[in-house]
Design a protein around this ligand. Structure first.
Ligand code: SAM
Length: 557
């Protein structure tokens, strides 16, 4: 018997309305089993607040400037959470490049401490759960015009496209391109697959910085003082054009016709216009086999000054997998890691971006650290100020034994075995690691626990890594160029120590940022003179609130 028999008319109407609503809200898109098996990593962060601690004996300080690169060891969900906590709700990353596990079923993707096999019926659901959580956090770290590149292969390409459409919106999809991975026939029974993909999304396509290399304008000159400016002689013919007619040079009587299979790039009517405007000019002298006229392309006519990144840019042998194996062996003098990307691939990709200011490049599946080496080399080549943030787990000691020593080798020029690798690329590098604070129910206690251990996090925020003082009540840090100081008062107010702290703040001639512990996010305005140039900010409310928001978002699903 139908369960609806006993429904009243009102109940039935309510039920139909509910079903109607559900029908209307069901959209085209990607559906997967989100409940199948919660991820330990995520569950752990509900009960523990992730923070970052600096491993100071791994600091490399080779330059006096304020460009500081970061390697962060830990699960990227925790690291992306902490980066969000200190981002003040504002994106600061220009470019994200990631190379996540492709979920091949061949021991590449670990979910809850297990490798996911091809015959796991929920393998796609687990991968999507894993990626969704991280991509959402990455999106909020990106600037409004920030861009993300995600390498992927056939195993998850189509799921990833739909997942990213869900996160960024289909309209913020920029495109995808292929990279040729192997030069020879791949071992497949059905199909010869020689490439993988890379998807590109941006937070706001209207602001998207057209990614491309600067066009080479060296060939554009103005020897005849053409009022339309610099020009270059270009090919006046096009393949399959129907514009086939004779052009006779009235000075030399030379007759030009387009070569076989081609026609002119203009109609006969347009030819007259071009002659009148000076875009086509007859030559007064020419060799026998030379064309009797010049067809000009003006610099001002070019639609864009960039050569856009195109979908087949990396479809050449220069970017094959085998290239990267040799690059890593050259650093360590032995085999260390099998899945690195070729260095010139990441370098060429990053170099498509405008190199203005201090662009932040984030890679949160950093593996052997190719992205870090690419940034260092590009900065050296073009004098850029790009900053890298690399995040990776320490699975099989990759972070401590490969990522860090690789970058140390590139910076210092000395390999881990003591031999010379290069002249070095001087730079500053800090090594951080995730740590946790229990998320206690008492909010004020939780905030106190955070502020007690947030020094090293705040060094990242203010870019001040040199500790000048650190005691139970307060600490002081300075940047490399000694132009800025960060003061942190990390305890409850106590007159004697606060006055001592205050006099140190006021003594400083550098730019000053002061953080004061406050459980209610309010600071007594009278603590510092009104007209002093000191910037005072409460801590750690914003950090705590963002953590709470992330956890609430996870719970809502
Ligand atoms: C395919 S590799 C990336 C290789 C890198 N592009 C390179 O050139 O060396 C993926 C890396 O992500 C790391 N990884 C996997 N899951 C992670 C997670 N949840 N958090 C951080 N790193 C993770 C793995 O340890 C592995 O080193």
């Amino acid at each position: 018997m139908s369960k609806y028999r006993n429904y009243s008319k009102e109940q039935l109407i309510l039920h139909i309305e509910k079903l109607e609503k559900q029908l209307k809200s069901t959209k085209y898109g990607l559906y997967w089993d989100k409940e199948i098996e919660p991820e330990f990593t995520i569950e752990y962060s509900k009960k523990n607040i992730p923070i970052l601690q600096r491993i100071r004996n791994l600091t490399i300080k080779e330059k006096d400037n304020d460009l500081n690169h970061l390697i962060i060891e830990g699960d990227n969900f925790h690291v992306l959470t902490t980066l969000n906590m200190i981002s003040n709700g504002q994106g600061f990353v220009d470019v994200v490049y990631i190379d996540p596990p492709y979920n091949t079923g061949n021991k590449d993707f670990i979910y809850n401490d297990n490798f996911i096999d091809k015959d796991d019926g929920f393998r796609h659901s687990k991968w999507l759960n894993f990626m969704e959580k991280r991509l959402i956090l990455a999106k909020s770290l990106m600037k409004e015009d920030g861009t993300i590149f995600i390498s992927i292969d056939d195993n998850e390409y189509f799921n990833l496209k739909l997942l990213c459409d869900k996160i960024w919106g289909e309209h913020n999809y920029v495109g995808s391109f292929v990279r040729k991975t192997v030069s020879q026939r791949a071992m497949s029974k059905y199909f010869n697959n020689q490439h993988e993909y890379c998807l590109i999304y941006t937070n706001n396509k209207d602001l998207f910085p057209l990614i491309g290399r600067k066009k080479d304008f060296s060939g554009y000159k103005n020897p005849d003082n053409d009022p339309k400016g610099d020009w270059k002689s270009s090919d006046p013919t096009m393949r399959d054009s129907k514009n086939i007619f004779k052009i006779i040079n009235p000075i030399t009587n030379k007759v030009d016709i387009p070569p076989a299979g081609r026609g002119w790039a203009f109609t006969e009517e347009k030819l007259q216009e071009h002659l009148e405007s000076g875009k086509i000019v007859f030559k007064e002298k020419h060799r026998k086999n030379e064309r009797g006229f010049i067809y000009k392309t003006y610099k001002s006519e070019l639609k864009s000054h960039n050569l856009l990144l195109n979908s087949l840019e990396f479809a050449e042998n220069a970017y094959l997998n085998q290239v990267s194996s040799k690059e890593l062996i050259n650093i360590f003098n032995k085999k260390t890691f099998d899945y690195a990307k070729p260095l010139n691939y990441i370098k060429d990709l990053i170099s498509f971006f405008p190199n203005k200011g201090t662009p932040v490049i984030l890679d949160f599946f950093a593996g052997s650290g190719t992205t870090g080496q690419a940034v260092l080399e590009l900065n050296q080549e073009d004098g850029g100020n790009r900053q890298f943030i690399l995040v990776t787990t320490n699975e099989n000691n990759i972070c401590t034994d490969v990522t860090y020593p690789r970058l140390k080798t590139v910076i210092t020029g000395i390999r881990p075995d003591g031999t010379k690798y290069s002249d070095g690329i001087s730079a500053n590098l800090h090594y951080y690691k995730t740590d946790f604070i229990p998320n206690v129910n008492n909010r004020d206690q939780a905030k106190y626990n955070i502020v007690e251990r947030c020094n090293e996090l705040m060094c990242i925020v203010e870019n001040t890594y040199n500790e000048l003082e650190n005691n139970e009540k307060y600490s002081i840090y300075e940047n490399n160029s000694k132009t800025k100081r960060m003061f942190l008062y990390t305890d409850f107010y106590e007159e004697k120590s606060f006055n001592e702290f205050k006099s140190k703040v006021l003594e400083s001639s550098a730019e000053v940022v002061v953080y004061i512990f406050s459980t209610d996010n309010v600071i007594d305005e009278t603590l510092f003179d009104k007209d002093s140039k000191v910037q005072v900010k409460p801590i750690p409310n914003k950090i705590y609130e963002i953590y709470k928001e992330i956890i609430e978002g996870i719970k809502r699903g």
